[in-house]
Design a protein around this ligand. Sequence first.
Ligand SMILES: [Fe+2]
Ligand SMILES: [Fe+2]
Length: 497
Amino acid sequence: MITTPDTSVLASDLLAGKAVAVTFKSTNEETFLTINSLIAKILSRCNLKFLIDTCITVVREIVLNAVKANAKRVFFKSSGLDIFNGKSYDRGMAGFRRVITDFQSLREDLTKSPLKITVRFTKNERFIVISVKNTAAMTDDEAARLLQRIDLGLRENDFNEIYEDAHDTAEGAGLGIIISLLLLKNAGLDPRQFRLHRDEQSTSVEFRVPMDPRKPTVESEIKLRIIDEIESLPTFPKHILELQGLCDNPKSNIDAISKKILSDPSLTADVLKISNSAGFISGKRIDNITDAIIIIGLRNLKSILIATATRRILDRRYKRYESIWDHCNKTAFYGRLIAEITGQPRLSEQVFIAGLLHDIGKIALLAADESLAGKIGMTAGRMRVGTTPVLEEVYIGISHTTIGRLVSEKWNFPEFISVAIEHHHTPLSAPEAQRGVVTIVYLANMLCEIEMKNFDMSFIETEILEDLGLRERVRFNEFFAAIQERYERHTSSLRGQ
Ligand SMILES: [Fe+2]
Ligand SMILES: [Fe+2]
């Protein structure tokens, strides 16, 4: 991209009735940050925030296909092969598959080539039209393959079927387009409005976002089973509720609280474990309850009690998913640091408990159908979908964020916890009152995901990066490194003891 366009100006232009576009030759993080930001701003201003994730995912998929198509043409040209000739096509494709793994050099070739991609937005009273155009003609075979995938996406709703079908295809890229159609269907958009236009000079794929989409509800057997399960969860243990009451009372005696915790050895162990892993104090392992209470404070103790009891109930009822809890602990740790570094220490206690609980819905989801949940996770990874909840909604009819909210409500957790659980992947649509906490939990979770190489920086909502002054890559890297360094220092000091 030559210059970074101001996406706020572009969004205003679109609303004023002008067509707006972003043009580039190849993609990098910056390209996607710009496109995503533009989509988020346009949809927010049209009161269609709930479609942001779906549209970002679908546009990313179409753009990546367009870049791949252009790269293919550049490769054929440099190899002296004709892409429109059947025989040389197969030979060229064999070579192209080998070089596509080295995308960096393809990117350089693309920058030198005349081929361009334009993402264009137009709007009328009824629709926002998003089109992705590349200045290269499609071959008939390529068009036939794409149309076949579009057709499958229109017809098929069963994820298991699609998953098997798409894995059978030789080019392996079919899944993305099919899933894009499912996402559009699920978001209440008419997938028949997903169209391919081609002529001798260019190819474009467009879809329409209606100004008043109607979101269908997906009913599935698993969804009903999960909801029944949550209904029948046991009530919160009485002694934990009593302890929470003691934590709320400023006159409470710390000795009395410690004694009560100590009477339950596994609770004691869990409280100490979370107190240590949450990094309340660097360089010192907390090994007794009285110290823990003094160091972490009664409000954080209350949070740890809620998290511990929640995990014990879910572990006992389902299965202990250790990796989820480890991830939640790290998210809580990162969240507290983010609150501090971004000058919002008053939010750190709320962020801490919300981080500890943010993925509780995953437990019930995994327990309901581990194989399906696994396939969804794999698809999200393969398509690099930023939002697994959207895929969960498509295939199961309910996402781990909604399930988490139901569990939180079942146990009467404070509203900010329910909201943070529900919106930890969609912070822009969180209610204003809880936006601060939600944003930090979201960012902490994204940092964990980036570390796992599931995402990169361009998957973070651009608006959030802008608000925190982290839009520049250098600033973001410094910020991330500072957090990782604090975490490392803490965990290695614990290991050394
Ligand atoms: Fe999550
Ligand atoms: Fe998470």
